[in-house]
Design a protein around this ligand. Structure first.
Ligand SMILES: N[C@@H](CCC(=O)N[C@@H](CS)C(=O)NCC(=O)O)C(=O)O
Length: 211
């Protein structure tokens, strides 16, 4: 059965799932849902996901939404070892991932940022200021949390895990919105390691942007 990912090239949540599919070695077909054109608000996509978000993954006869739930499914069915087995380490590694996926990402989502633009009266630079306002403090806290782990070379050890999968798309966004992260050496070291990993490299937005 075909594995199909409904995604958008610049979507962080889609990027997470692309990384995990690549780590699992699962071939998949991408069906772009253009967020800029508003395709996610159309009846076809709302039928796939009543929340109107990407990603949506069709796999193993299931239709799955919510990137963290999808990552959990892939981890459990494909043995990706995305989290430490020891409960304390597992909770802390999940906290890293959630610091990004649950706390930074939602306030920087397209619909939220667009609403902030609207409330600013469409002021020049408002979108960028909004992104910087939330991404930089979120990543500073993430950098401090990372100090509890050995980056060897990934966030929590020698294999890529859930925290790396959440961090890389967030760093992509940080660069996109010119957020200063030059003083976050742990994040930068993890970024270098992940960028060299084929599963991460193939999932990068520049590799998946429709022609
Ligand atoms: N918690 C959801 C968030 C999904 C999400 O926010 N997707 C964004 C793209 S990264 C989206 O579809 N945004 C559309 C919008 O804001 O209207 C997940 O992790 O899958």
């Amino acid at each position: 059965m075909d594995t199909v990912l409904y995604d958008y090239w610049r979507s962080s949540a889609s990027y997470r799932v692309r990384i995990a599919l690549n780590l699992a070695g699962i071939p998949y077909r991408s069906v772009p849902v253009d967020l800029v054109k508003g395709d996610h608000k159309g009846a076809d996509h709302l039928d796939r996901n009543p929340q109107g978000f990407v990603p949506v993954l069709d796999i193993d006869g299931l239709r799955l939404t919510q990137s963290l739930a999808i990552l959990d499914y892939l981890d459990n069915t494909r043995g990706l070892n995305l989290l430490p087995a020891e409960p304390g380490g597992r909770a802390r590694a999940m906290a890293l991932a959630h610091a990004i996926a649950v706390d930074i990402h939602p306030v920087c989502n397209l619909s939220v940022a667009a609403e902030a633009d609207k409330m600013s009266g469409g002021r020049d630079g408002a979108r960028q200021a909004w992104m910087q306002r939330f991404i930089r403090p979120g990543l500073i806290a993430f950098e401090t949390l990372l100090a509890r782990f050995d980056q060897a070379p990934y966030c929590c050890g020698d294999t890529p895990g859930l925290a790396d999968i959440c961090l890389m798309p967030q760093l992509y966004n940080a660069h996109r919105w010119e957020v200063d992260i030059s003083d976050l050496p742990r994040c930068l070291a993890v970024e270098t390691a992940c960028a060299a990993h084929p599963a991460f490299a193939a999932a990068h937005p520049d590799q998946t942007k429709p022609a």
